[in-house]
Design a protein around this ligand. Structure first.
Ligand code: 1OR
Length: 302
């Protein structure tokens, strides 16, 4: 690192854009990590393989800043080994707006207690090998939303944003036009701007169920909502010890949206009547992308 303000981001941006040979084990590790990241989980096996081929290894020394909040950067990283920490300093719009976030959103991924606060902000997460980060700035041309610091020497796989985008752009466009419309029909999300809806549509994950599978269960705490792309589900609630059918839902219906707002127990069971294909969104992906959902749902529109 050549200066105190340099980050890994600065160093890696200029790296050659060439395929880097890797062992099968390394390819598999990258593939798994891409499947787990909320913004690349929708890629197919071929796209993931292509991205994996272009990723190159970078090393970060102890205490090195890999990503700095607020800066420009468009590298996407997968942690291969070592320990690092993610810090979030209050974003400007959050400090100027009414500071009601913790009150309104007591159950989401709360910032860690104040004794975890440093110059970089509050420590929110300690990634483990296989975790990935840096996808937000890359997908949305936004400033880095968090600071990531190596606590021990780290090895990371990295890819430059333009490379990643070139490979996934068509898929992303297709998905956005497909899902933005449906997100607009969901009442709890009606306050989202079109651009927020398009952001959220990137985080939807496909899930499939067989006939008879229970998708959500009454009484359990849920954290995801579902939109039905194909198939039929039955909504039931136990009354006097017996399951009563409340509704049948089909293609283009959704369920479980209350879980985006609070950690209340599910108030009904939803079972697949046929083979069912859904897309789902969980509270933590929403939070990571747009911040506390309560602030968005309850904000005033000007
Ligand atoms: P980036 O490109 O913005 C910083 O660079 C990265 O930190 C970011 O992408 C994510 O990959 C990762 N909020 C924002 N970014 C987060 C968060 C986060 N956690 C990990 N990153 N959280 C919300 C805090 C209000 C924490 C959620 C658990």
């Amino acid at each position: 690192v050549s200066g105190p303000t340099r980050t890994k981001d600065d160093d890696e941006e200029t790296k050659a854009r060439e395929k880097v040979p890797k062992s099968d084990e390394q390819m598999q590790m990258i593939d798994k990590a891409l499947m787990r990241n909320c913004l690349s989980s929708f890629l197919d096996a071929e796209q993931r393989q292509e991205i994996a081929e272009y990723m190159h290894m970078v090393e970060a020394a102890e205490d090195e800043v890999i990503i700095r909040q607020g800066e420009f950067g468009d590298m996407f990283y997968i942690l291969e080994s070592g320990e690092c920490e993610i810090f979030v300093a209050k974003r400007t719009e959050e400090t100027t707006a009414e500071d009601s976030e913790s009150e309104l959103d007591p159950d989401a991924q709360e910032p860690a207690p104040a004794n975890n606060t440093t110059d970089f902000g509050t420590m929110v997460y300690r990634p483990v090998p296989g975790d990935s980060f840096g996808e937000l700035a890359l997908m949305y041309a936004a400033p880095r939303a968090a600071t990531i610091v190596a606590k021990t020497p780290c090895r990371l796989w990295a890819i430059e944003g333009h490379m990643y985008q070139a490979m996934v752009q068509d898929t992303v466009k297709e998905r956005r036009s497909k899902y933005e419309g449906f997100l607009g029909q969901v009442p709890v999300l009606s306050n989202l701007t079109p651009s927020e809806r398009s952001t959220i549509s990137d985080a939807l994950v496909s899930v499939e169920y067989g006939e008879g599978d229970v998708i959500i269960r009454e009484g359990e705490v849920g954290d995801a909502f579902y939109f039905i792309e194909r198939g039929t589900v039955e909504v039931t609630r136990t009354m006097d010890g017996e399951a009563q059918v409340l509704a049948q839902l089909e293609e283009n219906n959704f369920f479980g949206e209350a879980a985006l707002i609070s950690q209340q127990p599910r108030n009904a069971t939803v079972t697949a009547v046929t083979a069912v294909k859904c897309v789902s969104l969980d509270r933590s992906s929403f939070y990571r992308l747009l911040g506390p959902i309560q602030n968005i749902i309850t904000r005033k529109c000007f």
